[in-house]
Design a protein around this ligand. Structure first.
Ligand SMILES: *Cc1c(COP(=O)(O)O)cnc(C)c1O
Length: 232
């Protein structure tokens, strides 16, 4: 087994263990391999090992990799990075999921630019849960308003929420952020019962995120190793 296959297998094993401790079914958690800055060869390795869900942060990089990977049938692309209006088309044409919706204008453009021959685009609203000016995402209080606007767009399907809590905080603050997301998700689902996904948890904090109901965890370093920061 190569290193990426080993890391994947280890991650799946740990997810299994954590789910057992939490009395959760393992299939309620989707591992998403974050492949930003990594070569397509790494994605091919993970794909050959049976993995199907991959995430990218940069529209151009997503589009290039997606075009070069059309032979990998069944590969699911997630877009998780900040999205500017002039880049929405690349994402609308290549992603299956977008986790980082933080304003209606972006959602409208994605809906308009989604090719009609493709299935509707699954989207998550990104919440700024740590209340830090520099982070993307909307204030929790505006979630339902944005949800209502997204729900009216024909080529999008609202699936849930995403958050990136501020890194390096004491565990108690991380817990508070994840717990707040779990509560927001419950409140969203009261209005939109099919918006069940909760995308939170990265290489350093995913076991805690699982405790607070994460359904999608986004692991980069834990699968592909450290990134070359010159490229980020
Ligand atoms: C890069 C990135 C990840 C993966 O981070 P790791 O710490 O390498 O697991 C997850 N989510 C988002 C939004 C990212 O930008």
């Amino acid at each position: 087994m190569n290193n990426i296959a080993e890391q994947l297998s280890l991650a799946y094993h740990k997810i299994d263990e954590n789910c057992q401790l939490l009395s959760r079914q393992t299939d309620t958690v989707q591992l998403i391999a974050v492949s930003k800055t990594k070569p397509l060869a790494d994605i091919r390795c993970a794909f050959a090992a049976g993995h199907r869900h991959f995430a990218e942060n940069y529209p151009q990089e997503l589009a290039e990799k997606a075009r070069d990977a059309t032979d990998l049938a069944g590969l699911i692309w997630h877009f998780i990075g900040p999205l500017q209006s002039n880049k929405t088309k690349l994402v609308a044409e290549h992603a299956h999921w977008v986790h980082s919706i933080d304003r209606i204008k972006i959602a409208q453009r994605l809906s308009e630019q989604r090719p009609k021959y493709m299935p509707v685009l699954n989207v998550l609203i990104q919440i700024n849960i740590s209340d830090e000016g520099s982070k993307s995402g909307i204030a929790p209080a505006t979630m339902l308003q944005l949800a209502e606007q997204i729900a009216a767009l024909p080529q999008l399907c609202l699936k849930g929420l995403m958050a990136i809590p501020a890194p390096g905080k004491p565990e108690i603050e991380q817990q508070q952020a994840f717990a707040a997301m779990q509560a927001l998700s419950a409140s969203l689902q009261q209005h939109y019962p099919s918006a069940t996904e909760l995308s939170m948890g990265m290489s350093d904090d995913w076991p805690l995120a699982l405790r607070y109901g994460a359904t999608m965890i986004r692991l980069g370093t834990a699968i592909f190793g450290a990134r070359d920061y010159k490229k980020e």
